[in-house]
Write a protein that binds this ligand. Sequence first.
Ligand code: PXL
Length: 276
Amino acid sequence: MNDSVIRVLTVAGSDASGGAGMAADMHTFEEYGTYGQVALTTVVTMDKAQWNHHVYELPLDLVKAQFETILASDVPIKAMKTGMLGTPDIVKLVSDVIQQNDFGNVVIDPVLVCKGTDEVLNPDTANSIRDLLLPHATVATPNLFEAGAMAGIGRVESIEDMKEAARRIHELGTRYVVVKGGKAMVSDEAIDLFYDGSEFTILKEKKLPSTTNHGAGCTFAAAITAGLGLGMKPKEAVTLAKKYVTAAIRDGFSYNKFVGPVFRPGYRLEKQGRCF
Ligand code: PXL
């Protein structure tokens, strides 16, 4: 029997293309050698003609029932993350659950948008994430758009803007902030910013072609979550997660003419070769 299992949780939506959302989280949790679980909140589908996104929220009672099962284990949860949550009611439920339980580490990925689309969730949901979740976050992982929205400063385009957003998000109560510059930053490098409340650290990797990065944001946040669950310090977890997601982007593929998901085993396969 394995009595050293590390249990981690994601509260997220399902992206039917398999690139982002709970698929990203669960694959990443597995690659890190943890036991992942999911409380599903939404299902996102894309039409084949235009790749327009449709978000379907699950009933609140169904989300609640999943938490009941998830919390009915004797094995502690060492880290949890949130992804797409759907409605303010779901955000409130998740906030209550976080406050009533000890999840060790709480990673809030304030998902408001999907790649290539504008805001997909309504402003009330964004406000609830800011007010009800960020104060309880060990780490928050907004992308540039989300950082601007959470910090209330509009467009975030430069490293100075990223720093200002990180400062403001930290003031909301989040202990560590990772602003994901990713492909949206105009730069030759893929730049992310880590802030611990006193020091900024810039994380850089060579920018890869951005055609295979769908799901990168979720994968990055999930890797941070799994790292924290395994006992890494926040900066160490974020640094490894950046390497992990870079390999996943490098190993990504073209799903169709609209989207190219990252491939989560990339980091492991680059190390060990392709054979099982
Ligand atoms: O990448 C953000 C995201 C998160 N969660 C789900 C998604 C997406 C984007 O497609 O579908 C479920």
